[in-house]
Design a protein around this ligand. Structure first.
Ligand SMILES: Cc1cc2nc3c(=O)[nH]c(=O)nc-3n(C[C@H](O)[C@H](O)[C@H](O)COP(=O)(O)OP(=O)(O)OC[C@H]3O[C@@H](n4cnc5c(N)ncnc54)[C@H](O)[C@@H]3O)c2cc1C
Length: 400
């Protein structure tokens, strides 16, 4: 993969620099370039190449139809799907304390499937492979240390002493976003004091191309279907419990997992190594500053219980591309405050609504006193029977 050497990094009068080449930043760079903006992508770490012979990476995501649509528009979806992706057509969510459950079925929505489970590094790799052909300048590995906003451009200062000038800086530099901090944009939210333990497991019964999620008093446990027949788990647990579960030997771990999953897919018979990720809700107070926008986890970090983090990020990408392209086509300055404001307002309100809903779900499922558990059960059963409401929820999750 070609990386531009330091000596060639002088990039006069580029339209956009995207900082952060994760799934969201790479998609943003590709989308903006395809829309006709001269674009550079700056990333601190060279992404690890994805090889079909490697085991399924531990980090996977559920991609909603809106994300698949964007990746398809960018010309990368077919190669991601054909490489290794598992479609799912059904979702079963149940409550460990009262037995109430809710089901979502693609057929009820008149669709073939609800989404796909894919490896993060596969999505990122295919996007990176498409960047060259699209004419995106890739600067990697480079760390953006600082930036200075001038009347007609933003000057990015790189850790190696080089600088890059652009009309618009797009920060997709992840949840800890150094650029968001540098722009002085505050965040609000809360630390869940939980970690999501992830692993791939083999189960006695097949996953049947369904996502299974059980809400336990300590947090949700999801089993997501993988293309090779195994399931990927995302098990949210309080910090100390997560540490304990990580330290179990494989035999004890699969035993506990079988119990926690209510043996829904039978016994868990094997596991890969495990990893854990801290969970928080974090929302940027604005997505915009002068010649500067935020997107992806840099703008919003949400609880993984709804499997929507990167889907929201990819919706940011589609909106940013559409808003900037429309402004340019109307003969307006695409980097002006009023244009950026349109993107920022639309996406921040949509993301905030979703993030708060996921947070409300996490809170509701944490109720443990008997009357509240019973009330929750009644509510879940009611939603499961109200077809129009369920359809609206499913359409919203699809992002279409
Ligand atoms: C356990 C778990 C399960 C999840 N499951 C789902 C799911 O099912 N569905 C879903 O939609 N989402 C899911 N998510 C959320 C999803 O993983 C994230 O939303 C997504 O990975 C964020 O991508 P990003 O590109 O915004 O940020 P990142 O992937 O964090 O990328 C940021 C990039 O910026 C680079 N960078 C940072 N600072 C600089 C700098 N100064 N200069 C240059 N580069 C820099 C970093 O090296 C990094 O590559 C899950 C999250 C977790 C923790």
């Amino acid at each position: 993969m070609r990386t531009i050497p330091a000596t060639q990094r002088r990039t006069p009068a580029l339209d956009v620099a995207v900082v952060g080449g994760g799934m969201v930043g790479a998609a943003a760079a590709l989308a903006l370039s395809r829309a006709g903006f001269s674009t550079a992508l700056l990333e601190a770490r060279e992404p690890a190449p994805w090889h079909p012979q490697d085991d399924v990476d531990l980090r996977v995501v559920g991609l909603a139809p809106s994300s698949i649509k964007l990746l398809d528009e960018l010309g990368v979806w077919t190669s991601i799907r054909d490489a290794r992706a598992c479609p799912y057509a059904h979702m079963h969510v149940w409550d460990a304390q009262n037995g109430a459950s809710i089901d979502f079925d693609a057929a009820d929505e008149g669709r073939n499937l609800l989404g796909y489970i894919v490896e993060n590094n596969l999505v990122q790799w295919k996007l990176w492979q498409a960047l060259d052909a699209a004419g995106v300048q890739r600067l990697c590995p480079v760390t953006v240390k600082d930036f200075e906003t001038r009347a007609d451009r933003v000057v990015l200062e790189l850790a190696d002493g080089e600088s890059v000038s652009v009309r618009l800086l797009v920060a997709a530099d992840g949840g800890n976003s150094p650029l968001r901090e540098r722009a002085g944009i505050a965040t609000s939210g809360r630390d869940y004091s939980q970690r999501a333990v992830v692993a791939h497991v083999t189960t006695e019964r097949p996953h049947a191309h369904a996502c299974w999620q059980r809400f336990l008093p300590a947090g949700p446990l999801a089993l997501l279907p993988l293309a090779d027949g195994r399931s990927s788990i995302v098990w949210s647990l309080p910090e100390s419990e997560a540490r304990r579960v990580l330290s179990l030997d494989d035999e004890a771990f699969v035993k506990e997992l079988g119990v926690a999953s209510d043996f829904r897919l039978g016994r868990v018979t094997a596991t890969t190594r495990r990893a854990a990720f801290p969970l928080k809700l974090q929302l940027a107070s604005t997505y915009q500053a002068e010649r500067f926008v935020l997107l992806g986890d840099a703008a919003h970090v949400v609880h993984p219980l709804a499997g929507q983090g990167v889907n929201l990020g990819l919706r940011d990408v589609a909106e940013l591309r559409d808003v900037l392209a429309a402004a340019r086509d109307e003969g307006r300055d695409f980097s002006s405050t009023s244009v950026l404001n349109r993107y920022a307002r639309r996406r921040r309100s949509a993301d905030t609504l979703d993030a708060r809903s996921f947070d409300a779900l996490a809170r509701i499922y944490a109720w443990q006193s008997a009357p509240w558990v019973m009330a929750r059960g009644l509510g879940i059963r009611l939603v499961d029977r109200l077809r129009p409401l369920k359809q609206r929820l499913a359409t919203h999750a699809a992002g279409l």
